[in-house]
Design a protein around this ligand. Sequence first.
Ligand SMILES: Cc1ncc(C[n+]2csc(CCOP(=O)(O)OP(=O)(O)O)c2C)c(N)n1
Ligand SMILES: [Mg+2]
Length: 539
Amino acid sequence: MPQLTGGEAVVASLIANGVDTVFGLPGVQMDNLFDAFYGAQDKVRVIHTRHEQSTAYMAFGYAQTSGKVGVCVVVPGPGLLNAAGALSTAWACNAPVLVIAGQVWEHQYDKNIGALHEIPNQREMIAHIMKSATFIQRPEDVPSAVQEAFRQLRGGRVRPVEIEMTPDMMGRAAEMTLLGAAEPDASPAVDPDALDRAARILGQAEYPVIMAGGGAMDAGEPLLALAETLQAPIILTPSAKGAVSDREPYTLSLLGGHKIWSKADAVLAVGTRFDRALLDWGVEGMKVVRIDIDPEEFGKVQQPDVAILAAANDAVAALVDAVGKHNRARESRVEEIAGVREAVSDELFEKGQVLAEIGTVLRQELPDDGVLVGDITQVSVYTDMGFPTYYPRTYVGAGFQGTLGYGYATSLGAQVGAPGRKVISVNGDGGFLYTQPEMATAKQHNIPVVAIVFNDGAFGNVKGIQRTRYGGREIASTLENPDFVKLADAFGMAGYRAETPEQLRTVLKEALDLNAPALIDYPTPPMPMIRMLSRGKVR
Ligand SMILES: Cc1ncc(C[n+]2csc(CCOP(=O)(O)OP(=O)(O)O)c2C)c(N)n1
Ligand SMILES: [Mg+2]
């Protein structure tokens, strides 16, 4: 049996699970672990950031574009807390992020004596936004603990997972048996009775629609086949963008979905919390079929008529077969859906012309397999509804967490997870400064993201609300910004300025061609506010 330190065992177990990149920020309690990474540099790339939030954002972005587990490493206490906003974002997006946190020394553990970086009940505190959080007590427990973490990260409803360890245990050697890669649990079998009831509802419906969320990201093929069979539009939430290509004639954004909702008499909701429809649009009188891997989702707001507990791909594929015998004769809805899509783009253009023009430039300049990471800014509100997406995992958002400032660091991880492809990071001037110091990380690790900062000198969303709903009583929403082009220069990257969509096109082309990190400052008057366009009761 080999003798390994706890730290070496962590590294060996990560490698056994196919990890070749981690995002971390060291400190004294992590020195034994980082020393183990030192010895494995030919197998694992360690990308260090300037703030712990960015280790977790990068792990999140990496997971979102690669579909693999993103790993981050942080010191205990403030390090882990610094990462918590990012981890809550990974939680919201069901992203497989493994966070490896330190602890205080063993003789200090759980004593609440004010040891360096000590916070009471660290494990319990972070557990609320983790699928599991585990204190690993002995070096020899590492292989099984890491394997269990990966089992959880690869099956069922995916959520971030935490493991933590004292520095003593990372440094102590013990005899142990290393384990192979974790096998995910088998997905639950599709219940034939539920399947038949669902097929009957959908097949008999006059106007069935499909709504897909992030849980349907890998179910694109059967979703499209089902849409064709039922002539049903597929409403893709922002988290599902790319699951089915927008080149297919059946996809609709939330705004398109909102427009057709009153006509629908049955809905199949796949891998989505479905809150927009249940709480906001209304589903009275509509038959509801839900597919989810998490049984707790079904009854949260309203009991569905049929609930199918299964992986999205399995259940939708089974439905494609099962619907046949119940299905009505159907005329093509393709033309009607095309009309809705046109009405959506007309409305978006009318309500937010400059956003639509910018969105068009972004789509035309970003290759089809390129990745757009949009922070919480007006341009992203537009792209959520109006940015055609062609491949899974090419459009990254913050999910229900709406985490301002998640974008830039996330885009760097997204780029590491999608090497050789183009990545554009869309930011407001407010959100960008959250993780702006990671320009140093982009430069040091040569991560060629092109960041655009839409610079309206404001927390524009907040200011707009203060203007329209609070009688112009503006407070805490005006921003005095650095010169972003000079900032790019200071970090040793190319900086550009554009003030119109056409200027943006010119400099974006140039920046994307550099294959090096770059920043584009886009000074702008207040942007149109289109946030509410897909909201409101329909029935
Ligand atoms: C963590 C977090 N803090 C605060 C907010 C509230 N918030 C939403 S948008 C916004 C302003 C964003 O400003 P900016 O990034 O400049 O984008 P703009 O609206 O100006 O386009 C704020 C403060 C949030 N969503 N998340
Ligand atoms: Mg702004």
